[in-house]
Design a protein around this ligand. Structure first.
Ligand code: MIC
Ligand code: SF4
Length: 755
C-alpha cells in the first residue's frame, strides 16, 4: 500500500515552478538541499534568496513522524491547540518503551501490559486526530518511515533526532521537539534558520569489510559532535550512487551525531529499487518523471567548492572499517589502530556483548551482511565469545529475515532476538549484572554511546561499528580483533579466517509480512474521547506556563554549573525514566541528574544556597521554586547535544529555572528552550564561564529591551560582596522573543487557534 500518494503528487506537481523561482532568486545552479528547501517555503514561490546560516525561514513540511517517548508530550501540546484534525499526514510509532530482556515475544507482552495506559492514550489521540498509528512491535520509527513514508524531494519533521534517516531516500527530514511538531500539525509554518551546506563527495566504492556505517564513523571523526551544527550534509559522487538506499539511510541517520540539521543524497537507482521493493512503484514512477529536480544541478557536483560552504572528499576504496567510542560517537579509530589505542587508553579488550539493531542499522541488508559472518563462524567451527542481541528494524524486516533463515543463523550462535524496537539503544535493556557497575566493553551498531546509555552502567565502554564488524568482533570476543588481517582458532584448534561479509541489498524473494502493525485512524474522530486519569503517574495534562512578568530577572541562584559534555541524556536521562515522558512533574525528578557539577565534579550533587547543603539537583530546584526564587543553569560546549527530547527544556521550565547560559548549544535543544519560554543564552566571551562561582546571585539585564541581535547583560554578585558584569548573546528573532514574553510558544498557538 502506498500512503498519501495524493500528497506526494501535489508536492511533485509544484516542484518545477518552485525550483525555477528559486534558481532565479539564488541566481546560480542549485544543490539538492536548496531545491528541497525552496520547494517547501510557506510563502510558495521564492521571492528572494535566503542567507545561509542567517535568515530565519518559514517552511511547510509534507509530514510529521513521532515516536512514543516524545509523542506523548507533542500530542499533549497538540490537544491544547484546539484543532479537530492534523493539518498534514502524521504518524505515531511505538518503539521506545519496550525493554529487551529475554526475547521478542515475552518482552513485547511485558511492554504491552506495563505501558498499556500510554499506548491506549497514543492510540486514541491518533484515532481522534487522524494520525496513523504503528503499534508496539511494528518497528523503529525511522525504519518504518523509510519503508513506508519517505520520498525523494520531500520534507518532513519528526520528534526524534534520527528523523534524518529518511535522507537515505532523498528527503530533507529534520528532528525537532514536540512543540515544533505541534505547530506543523496545527497547520502553522515551521521555522528554521536557513542551513549552511556541507558537500561530501564519495569517490571509489565500498569493498571488503567496509560498510556505509564506516563512512559516517569517519565523517564523525572529521567533523566531531558539533561540526555539522546548523548545516545540511549533502552526499554525492560514484561512491554515493553505488551504495544501497538503506546504507544511505545509515549515513544520514548518524548525521545527528555530528549535530547536522539533516543529511541527504540525490535520487538514484538504489532509491528506485528500494521504492519498488517496498511496494511503492507509483512513487518511483513519479520520481523518475522529475529526476532532475531530485538531485543537484550538474554544475554543483562538478565544482562543489563553488556551491557548498565546506567540501569533504572521502575515497571509499581506501576507507577502513572504524570503531567509534567509547562514550562519544566521534572518537573514530580505524580498526588497524584499535590495538594500540586500547592499550594506551586502558579500554577493556574483552567484549561482553555484540548488539545489532537500532534505527541506524537494522535493515534487511544489515542483517544479511551480519548473518553472513555468523554463518561463516558456524561453518568454520567457531563459537561466539560474546553474547549477541539483535533488534530488527521493523516487522517487515523481521518477518522477511526469518523467512530467509537469517534469524536462524543468529540463533544458531545463541543470539537473542529482541523486539523490533529501540531496546538497548535507549537503555531499555535489562542487562544481567549491569548494576554491579563493572568496567566492561560492548560493541554495537547503534549511533550513540554516551555514558550509561545502553545499560545504565557508567563503566560500560560502548563502541559503535557496522553490523558486520559487530558480528566479527563479538564472535572473537576481542575489541582488538581485526578481521581484515587476523585469524581465530576454532573449537578443533584449527586457525581460521573470516571472509569479508556478503549480503543482499534487498531480499531476493521480495519483502513479506503478515501484520505490519499499522492502524489507520478513524475518518471522523470527533466523537472519540481521550481520557487522561488525574491520578495517573504516567500521563498528566499540561497547564500553560506563566507569561513573563515584564521585568529583568533578579536574584537568580546558580542551580548548577555543568562541566564538560552535557547531552540531553545528562539533562533528562532515558532508560528507566522513559516511563514518565507523558508526566511532566514526575519526569522532572530526573532533571540534570547526569550533569557533572563543576565545583565538586560529582553528578546530582549541588549546593542548595538556601541551606548550604549538597543535595540532588531536582530537589534543590524544587526548593527554589517553592521559595519563589528563580535560577540559572550554566553549561559548556554543545550543551543539549543528542536527542530531540523537549523534556530537557520543559523540566527546567516547569521547575522554575529561568535561563540556560552556555558556551554553545546543539540546534534542537536551543530551539526547544526557546519554544518553552526559557532564555537560551551564550557567552560572548567563553572565558566568562570561569567567572561564575557557586554562591553567586545572578541578574539578567536588558530584557525590557529584548530584541534580535542585541546582547543581554549578566551581573554576578559574588558571596564576598564583589560583582562582575559581562555580555551574553542570544539568537532569538522577533517572533521567538514573543514566545519568551508569552511564557512559551504554545500559549501563542492556543490564542491563534481559538480566534
Ligand atoms: C535517542 O536516541 O536519544 C532518542 C530516544 O531516540 C531521542 C528521542 C527521545 O529522547 O525520546 C532522540 O534521538 O531524539
Ligand atoms: Fe531508537 Fe536508538 Fe534510534 Fe533513538 S537512536 S530512535 S533510541 S533506535
Amino acid at each position: 500500500m502506498v500512503f498519501d500518494l495524493e500528497m506526494i503528487k501535489a508536492v511533485y506537481a509544484k516542484m518545477d515552478e518552485r525550483i525555477q523561482a528559486a534558481r532565479k532568486v539564488v541566481n546560480k545552479p542549485l544543490t539538492l538541499s536548496e531545491k528541497i528547501l525552496y520547494a517547501h517555503l510557506t510563502e510558495g514561490n521564492a521571492a528572494k534568496a535566503y542567507e545561509r546560516g542567517k535568515s530565519y525561514v518559514d517552511f511547510a513540511p509534507d509530514r510529521v513522524a513521532m515516536q512514543d517517548a516524545t509523542a506523548q508530550m507533542a500530542l499533549l501540546q497538540f490537544m491544547q491547540a484546539g484543532r479537530p484534525k492534523v493539518a498534514v499526514p502524521s504518524t505515531v510509532h511505538c518503539d521506545h518503551l519496550i525493554t529487551a530482556k529475554v526475547g521478542a515475544e515475552k518482552d513485547l507482552a511485558v511492554a504491552n501490559s506495563e505501558s498499556k495506559e500510554v499506548y491506549n492514550f497514543l492510540a486514541s489521540v491518533s484515532n481522534k486526530y487522524g494520525i496513523g498509528f504503528w503499534k508496539p512491535g511494528a518497528g523503529i520509527i525511522h525504519q518504518v518511515v523509510l519503508e513506508n513514508y519517505a520520498f525523494p524531494g520531500g520534507m518532513m519533521i519528526g520528534t526524534d533526532s534520527h528523523t534524518v534517516n529518511a535522507g537515505g531516500l532523498g528527503m530533507l527530514a529534520i528532528g525537532v521537539g514536540g512543540a515544533d511538531a505541534c505547530d506543523v500539525m496545527a497547520g502553522l509554518p515551521w521555522e528554521l534558520k536557513f542551513p549552511k551546506l556541507i558537500g561530501i563527495k564519495l569517490t571509489g566504492k565500498l569493498n571488503g569489510w567496509t560498510a556505509p556505517k564506516d563512512v559516517i564513523l569517519k565523517v564523525a571523526g572529521l567533523l566531531t559532535v558539533k561540526g555539522g551544527t546548523g548545516a545540511i550534509v549533502e552526499y554525492f559522487g560514484e561512491g554515493a550512487t553505488s551504495m544501497s538506499c538503506t546504507g544511505k539511510g545509515t549515513i544520514c541517520n548518524m548525521g545527528a551525531e555530528i549535530g547536522a540539521t539533516t543529511s541527504t543524497f540525490g535520487y538514484d537507482e538504489s532509491m528506485e529499487r528500494y521504492l519498488r521493493a517496498t511496494g511503492r512503484a507509483e512513487v518511483a514512477d513519479l520520481a523518475n518523471g522529475i529526476k532532475s529536480h531530485l538531485t543537484a544541478d550538474p554544475e554543483v557536483y562538478a565544482n562543489p567548492e563553488l556551491y557548498f560552504d565546506q567540501v569533504i572528499e572521502i575515497d571509499l576504496n581506501a576507507l577502513m572499517p572504524h570503531l567509534n567510542g567509547p562514550f562519544t560517537p566521534d572518537l573514530a579509530t580505524p580498526i588497524s589502530e584499535i590495538k594500540e589505542a586500547a592499550a594506551k587508553n586502558d579500554w577493556p579488550l574483552k567484549v561482553e556483548w555484540g548488539l545489532i539493531g537500532s534505527c541506524t542499522n537494522s535493515s534487511y541488508e544489515d542483517l544479511s551482511r551480519a548473518a553472513s559472518i555468523a554463518k561463516q563462524a558456524i561453518e568454520k567451527g567457531l563459537t561466539t565469545k560474546a553474547e549477541f542481541g539483535i533488534n530488527p528494524g521493523s516487522e517487515q524486516v523481521r518477518y522477511t529475515a526469518e523467512r530467509d533463515g537469517l534469524l536462524k543463523t543468529f540463533t544458531d550462535l545463541n543470539a537473542s532476538i529482541f523486539t523490533n524496537a529501540c531496546g538497548p539503544c535507549i537503555g531499555m535493556w535489562d542487562r544481567v549484572g549491569a548494576e554491579k557497575a563493572e568496567k566492561n566493553t560492548i560493541i554495537h551498531s547503534f549511533n550513540r554511546n554516551f555514558a550509561k546509555r545502553a545499560d545504565g552502567n557508567p563503566n560500560t565502554f560502548a563502541f559503535v561499528a557496522s553490523p558486520e564488524m559487530v558480528a566479527a568482533i563479538a564472535i572473537a570476543g576481542d575489541l582488538s580483533f581485526n578481521p581484515v588481517t587476523d585469524t581465530l582458532i576454532n573449537k578443533d584448534g584449527v586457525t581460521v579466517k573470516l571472509d569479508p561479509p556478503s549480503g543482499d541489498e534487498l531480499p531476493v524473494k521480495g519483502f513479506a509480512v503478515e501484520d505490519a502493525g499499522y492502524i489507520a485512524p478513524a475518518a471522523d474522530g470527533s466523537a472519540i474521547e481521550v481520557a487522561v486519569s488525574p491520578t495517573s503517574d504516567r500521563l498528566q495534562l499540561l497547564d500553560p506556563f506563566a507569561a513573563w512578568n515584564g521585568q529583568d530577572l533578579d536574584n537568580l541562584k546558580l542551580l548548577i554549573k555543568a562541566k564538560g559534555k552535557c547531552t540531553t541524556d545528562h539533562i533528562s536521562m532515558a532508560g528507566p525514566w522513559l516511563k514518565y515522558r507523558g508526566h511532566l512533574d514526575n519526569i522532572s525528578n530526573n532533571m540534570l541528574i547526569g550533569a557533572v557539577n563543576f565545583f565538586n565534579e560529582k553528578t546530582d550533587c549541588v549546593k542548595n544556597q538556601l541551606t548550604g547543603e549538597y543535595q540532588s539537583v531536582p530537589k534543590v530546584q524544587r526548593q527554589y521554586k517553592a521559595a519563589g526564587i528563580g535560577s540559572i543553569v550554566v553549561g559548556d560546549e554543545n550543551y543539549g547535544e543528542g536527542s530531540s527530547r523537549e523534556h530537557a527544556a520543559m523540566e527546567p521550565r516547569h521547575l522554575g529555572v529561568n535561563a540556560v547560559l552556555v558556551k554553545s548549544f546543539a540546534r534542537i535543544h536551543e530551539t526547544n528552550l526557546k519554544k518553552q519560554g526559557m532564555l537560551a543564552l551564550t557567552f560572548v566571551n567563553k572565558e566568562d564561564y570561569n567567572k561564575i562561582l557557586e554562591d553567586d546571585q545572578i541578574q539578567i539585564k536588558g530584557l525590557t529591551h529584548f530584541s534580535a541581535g542585541k546582547t543581554l547583560t549578566i551581573v554576578l554578585n559574588h558571596a564576598d560582596g564583589s560583582a562582575e558584569e559581562f555580555e551574553v548573546n542570544h539568537t532569538y528573532n522577533e517572533q521567538q522573543i514573543e514566545w519568551f514574553k508569552a511564557g512559551g510558544a504554545l500559549n501563542i498557538i492556543r490564542k491563534q487557534v481559538s480566534k
